[in-house]
Design a protein around this ligand. Structure first.
Ligand code: NAG
Ligand code: NAG
Ligand code: NAG
Ligand code: NAG
Ligand code: NAG
Length: 261
């Protein structure tokens, strides 16, 4: 080795070293429903879980640093050399553990840790590793009327409170709900029931999921014939109609599922 190439890894653009070694990472149990298998190249994990980053032996590994990159921002997570205790960046302080014997790094994940990571030694560095950190979903909230008159239309909206859902589905009394002419799913999160009948009464569950979690919540819907809800509904419509001059809105509401028709 020439003296100049020793400095080159510091200057080289990431990925330009063709056969550079790579980082392997895995999520440690317990962690919601995140995949716990080791991965090379990239990994999806969850806020609050611990990830273990390992790297093969590098040339010049008496002094190493774990580094991150996010867009044009780069930084050192931790630097270690010559058996002194590692220096840890404030960003990862109190939540990372460095193993001095195999140079691996454990990090308890926070939101914002979706970054590129690599281990750099004096003479070479690994390729960048993509870590995607997803927020687990809390219980969603179902918004809708719990008391509905038979023959009317109603809708239940499932709102995700924390995190971002990739998929939504509905169950009624524990059984998967399938769409039909009367049962419609609109914009993933909304369940429309057209011309509700007494048999539509029951527990409706909205299930949400993303790459690392699944959560759900239930809602009791009662459909009834009773005439005593007609009067308040009519009164409300009349009052709203009088106030806003949009009686049309009330009539449409009787025959459609929200604004989706
Ligand atoms: C750790 O930080 C101290 C003080 O900033 C510095 O003198 C030392 O060289 C650093 N050690 C490593 C391995 O970077
Ligand atoms: C880490 O813990 C120390 C000691 O408890 C505290 O002083 C420091 O502020 C903590 N750092 C971060 C980034 O939370
Ligand atoms: C550090 O890594 C070595 C080798 O993989 C392992 O035997 C040891 O238990 C680890 N130490 C800690 C504190 O995790
Ligand atoms: C659902 O979210 C609640 C918080 O809203 C949480 O306590 C619970 O553990 C979550 N359930 C699952 C299966 O992740
Ligand atoms: C509904 O799902 C489709 C495809 O899965 C997605 O493109 C769209 O953004 C989702 N809409 C909402 C409101 O989440």
């Amino acid at each position: 080795m020439f003296p100049v190439p020793l400095l080159l890894p510091l200057l080289l653009a990431p990925g330009s070293a063709a056969a550079a070694p790579g980082v392997t990472a895995r999520t440690l149990a317990p962690c919601y429903s995140a995949d716990l298998r080791p991965a090379a190249g990239s990994l999806v994990s969850a806020v609050g879980c611990t990830v273990l980053l390992t790297a093969p032996e590098l040339r010049g590994s008496r002094a190493v640093s774990w580094e991150y990159r996010a867009g044009s921002e780069e930084g050192v997570i931790l630097s270690y050399g010559f058996r002194q205790p590692p220096n840890v960046s404030r960003l990862y302080e109190n939540r990372s553990t460095f193993n001095e014997s195999n140079l691996s790094l454990q990090v308890v994940l926070q939101q914002g840790d979706s970054r590129l990571y690599r281990l750099r030694a004096q003479e070479e560095a690994t390729t960048w590793f993509h870590l995607h950190v997803v927020e687990p979903l809390s219980e969603p909230k179902i918004v809708g009327n719990s008391l509905v008159k038979a023959g009317g239309n109603t809708k239940l909206v499932c709102n995700v409170v924390q995190g971002k859902a990739d998929a939504y589905w509905w169950k009624k009394n524990g059984e998967l709900l399938v769409g039909s002419e009367r049962i419609q799913f609109v914009e993933n999160a909304t369940l429309c029931i057209v011309r509700a009948s007494i048999s539509d009464s029951g527990y409706y569950t909205c299930v949400v999921s993303n790459a690392v979690s699944q959560n759900e919540t239930s809602f009791l819907l009662k459909v009834h014939h009773s005439a005593n809800v007609v009067l308040p509904v009519v009164l409300t419509c009349v009052i709203i109609g009088l106030l806003a001059g949009v009686i049309v809105w009330c009539q449409r509401r009787e025959n459609s599922c929200g604004n989706f028709w």
